[in-house]
Design a protein. Sequence first.
Length: 115
Amino acid sequence: MKATTPPGDWFPRRGEVYLVHLDKERPTLIISADALNRYALDVCVVPMTTVKRPKFSLRVQLKPGEGGLKRDSWVKCDQVTTVERALLVYPPLGRLGHRSLSRVEQAVKLALQLP
């Protein structure tokens, strides 16, 4: 996918999937609130992988097509991180549906021991 320049009023939305160069270029899920994403210079993301790790129960599986992903992928809910908005490759690959986003939210809560 070729990156394009985002419009001036653009900001990443919660639930959108963007490519970001972390350890390598990989899809990431935006999990920070839109109210923050609109004005902050960085966003909270959860990286994804195409490598299945059965021992990591906090990794939510996504099927091809979800969030614009082309392959089976796992959201690494145990690796929540923050990145600069400028590092997001625009446009987003896609957006997760409510059910998948809810599964990710629950796994992140478990990983961070939140109520």
